[in-house]
Ligand binder design. Sequence first.
Ligand code: SF4
Ligand code: SF4
Ligand code: FES
Length: 557
Amino acid sequence: MATVYVNDKAVDIGDERLNCIQAAERAGVTIPHYCWHAALSVVASCRMCLVEVGERKVDEKGQVAIAMQPKVVPGCQTPVKDGMVIRTADAKAKDAQERTLESILLNHPLDCPVCDKAGECLLQDFSFQFGKAESRMVDEKNTPPNKPDLGPNVGLFTDRCIMCSRCVRFTREVSGTAELHVVNRGSHSEIDVFEGHPLANKLATNVVDLCPVGALSSKDFLYSQRVWNLKTVNSVCSGCSTGCSILVDSNKDIVYRLRPRFNPRAQGHFMCDEGRLGYHHVNDSARLGQYLVRGEQGTKAVEWAQAAGLCREKLAAEASKDPGRVWFVFSPSMTVEEAWLLANFAQKLSPFVKLVMGPVGVVGEDDTYPKDRKGRPVQPVKFTIRAEKAANLRGVQGILNHFQKDRATYQQFLAAAKSGQVDACLIAAGQSPQVYKPSVEEGDALSAVRFVAVQQMFSSPLTDRAHLVIPASAFSEIEGTLVNHAGLAQATKAACAPSRGLRTDGQFFLELLERKGLVHAANLRKEIAKAVPAFKPLEVGDLGEYGVFCEKLKEQS
Ligand code: SF4
Ligand code: SF4
Ligand code: FES
């Protein structure tokens, strides 16, 4: 067991290979740093992490002697070993930190009042914690022009750049597309793209998260909110079955930004731009906002409880005649809890009603990174955008398999509906329009069905045919569990409330079941874990930051 002493505090690091920044973190000590990032190579160029290091030795008589090195060293580039002493707050280290910050700030503009990064900027934070209160700069600052179009999603405030090179290394080491580089030398160095090669790779906006200051900005988020007004919750991207862990930033029930959340069990540090920008439909005013009943006398809006009552009544009436002609279509994007509640309702009507997995969007092939300059994949793979555009296919499959092993496909359901073998159906929970858009043919197939209930976010050929239209929840409004391609079950939390008068999908299903109370994901997980062996790992209720693996769900795919 190796022990390292950080500011005289002993930390056991086992046999892990750590640098001084990481070892200090274990001791609860922050070593300020800019250029170092756990997912990138080490360049030790910013010099912000300078610390004093030495060695602690105990002689035969038990006397402890500490021999410190004469000069400060970059903590990011210095691996720790047993008996190593790190000092971050003594005079030498403090002096180095202050001088480094003073040098970094020489050309940095006083943009904080208008900068998007203010409030989450490492230059602000470290200047406050480790810097000097005054600047000795008397010369005019270097003010190179901004580059608002580095790529379709990213712009550069050139004068705010502190030349840490994280962004350059990301495009070389993670996306592999190498669009960014440094032009000019010394204090005139600037980040730029190569002529005719904009920063347009599918992972491009990660450089905005990596940038420790406000130099690289997301065009989507620019000037839309001050970050201290945002409420942040942990969630999971529903863009594909990679299931990236994300943060949802919202204010007053409007989502403004998605950011990757580090998860070593899921995708690591990053997310793709498609997933990152795939939230706009949540705020779209065209979303369905009323429960609608359509009959011979036209269409009328009803209260949510009335809609649930009607849905229950109609499906029960048809199931009592011939349950084999009543179908439930599950969405591969709904949560495990929603699928559980709906499947329980279906079973309550009759074990002979039919359960079907809804359409699963597949776009091309899995897209892996890094790539080489010709766009060919390079090993080892550091990030994958999956072709399967379903957030919870394995989780919903796990629930359906528990109740009905032999199931028809969605295409068979449409064919059955078309040939008059379906009396009633509930097409549940919908999917985001980025992931799946129902076709006119799908709508036409339902024309002979006596009762059609459709739960979706937007009007579509399916809702046009529905006798009951149920507005569906967006990913940002629900709490529950999503299981990714690898069987990793992660918790997603609600960032926003549904629109006035609406209830979440899970709440609607609870009402169908005539179960009292609110959807409580942790309790439902325990209930599911008890009933369905494949979900046993969910018995913990709280899945933590990183989620838990349900190996059996992976195997079933
Ligand atoms: S733009 Fe940001 S990430 Fe890139 S070198 Fe400058 S400070 Fe670093
Ligand atoms: S890879 Fe998939 S899950 Fe991850 S951010 Fe992109 S779309 Fe979302
Ligand atoms: S973080 Fe160590 S030199 Fe930049």
